[in-house]
Write a protein that binds this ligand. Structure first.
Ligand code: KIV
Ligand code: ZN
Length: 387
């Protein structure tokens, strides 16, 4: 393993697909799996095979289709789940079973009515069962975010000894602050004697809007896999957004981390996922939102038109987005107006732009956005006055 490569584990087809209304059929899942492989993710979590015959079929068909990427199936710490997942993954060139159990008191007492020692035994057992079928077994300690670090370290050490190749530390409820999640990873790195035998993975939910920050903090503190979804889809407020973590690592090259993802495909795949899942992307979403590269206030527009880097840290071409937009509103200035008029083929002198600008502001005050058809009207009036 290269020390600085961060593995991208895409769970759009599993955690993302759990969103109400986003359920996919096998054909849709196959289409997305193929583009995820092209995008360059390292692992595709294709589904939860025991959950339904349809999901079993999807994982099975994706396992046949995918050439190089690891294909992963989720299970509970239940023998039957693991057998069914192994069956679904049989055709995969690189199969991974993702098994695990809740480790926080909320889960141990509230969900399982059990105790830490019995859960530890079940954790070891499920990894051993899974290792009977595949060499690559990822263990998840559900609700690790709210699990006591000392107990979590005991679980992590035990599951690695039992054969886990990756250990997932989910902040299932999106509760942790970045420094707390980072400290948890650092604690595991420093206190689990066999930690170098497995990859630590971040799986963060976005209930407090911290999933991306927490995942990055996890990497800084030793994790080398991030579990994420396209457009940040996932249970409740969603999972870590794939496009965000990939671009954070790419933009901050000084940190020294890299992924295998082809950033140019981020916007096309975002649109595809949004269409197939019928789930619109919020306009102000980082990297893939409709406004991610739009400039609408006069101060920003003027600076951007002088030099794009003044107000844009990412070139939209780099992430496969449309070119940057200069949106005209009542907050826009003369340089933006002149720019948009020029794009429409009008080459007005400075004093002519001044005249149009006064009328433009009246139109802009009465509308949310001044569009090309309005500009043609305004340009026509000035041309008439000038004659
Ligand atoms: O959020 C979570 O804890 C999960 C696990 C099943 C990995 O999705
Ligand atoms: Zn999750």
């Amino acid at each position: 393993m290269s020390d600085n490569k961060v593995y991208i584990f895409d769970t759009t087809l599993r955690d993302g697909e759990q969103v109400p209304g986003c359920k996919l059929n096998t054909k849709e899942k196959l289409e997305l799996a193929a583009v995820l492989e092209e995008l360059g993710v390292d692992i595709i979590e294709a589904g939860f095979p025991i959950s339904s015959p349809g999901d079993f079929e999807s994982v099975h068909e994706i396992s046949k289709l995918i050439k190089n990427t690891t294909v992963c199936g989720l299970t509970r710490a239940v023998q039957k789940d693991i057998e069914v997942a192994a069956e679904a993954l049989k055709p995969a060139k690189r199969p991974r079973i993702h098994t695990g159990i809740g480790t926080s008191d909320h889960h141990i007492k509230g969900k399982f009515n059990s105790n830490q020692e019995d859960i530890l035994v079940r954790a070891i057992q499920c990894v051993k069962w899974a290792r009977n079928f595949v060499d690559d077994v990822e263990f998840y300690a559900e609700d690790a975010g709210r699990t006591d670090n000392e107990y979590l370290a005991r679980v992590v050490e035990a599951v690695i000894k039992a054969g886990a190749t990756v250990v997932n530390i989910p902040d299932t409820t999106g509760y942790c602050l970045p420094n707390q999640y980072g400290a948890k990873m650092a604690y595991l790195r420093n206190n689990v004697p066999n930690i170098d035998k497995a990859i630590l993975s971040c799986h963060c939910h976005n209930d407090l809007g911290l999933a991306t920050a927490n995942s990055i903090e996890g990497v800084i503190n030793g994790a080398r896999q991030i579990e994420c979804t396209i457009n940040g889809l996932g249970e409740r407020a969603g999972n870590t957004s794939l496009e965000e973590v990939v671009m954070v690592l790419k933009q901050h090259k000084d940190m020294g981390y890299y992924t295998n993802v082809n950033a140019k495909q981020l916007n096309p795949i975002s649109r595809l996922v949004s269409d197939i899942m019928r789930m619109p992307v919020q306009p102000n979403k980082a990297i893939v939102g409709a406004n991610a590269f739009s400039h609408s206030s006069g101060i920003h527009q003027d600076g951007f038109l002088k030099s794009a880097i003044t107000y844009e840290i990412i070139n939209p071409v780099e992430v496969g987005a449309d070119t940057s937009k200069i949106v005209l509103t009542a907050r826009s200035g003369r340089s933006a107006l002149a720019f948009r008029l020029k794009n429409l083929g009008y080459d007005f002198k400075r004093d002519e732009v001044d005249i149009i600008y006064a009328q433009f502001l009246q139109v802009a005050d009465s509308k949310k956005e001044v569009r090309d058809e309005d500009l043609h009207q305004l340009a026509k009036q000035v041309t008439v006055i000038a004659q």
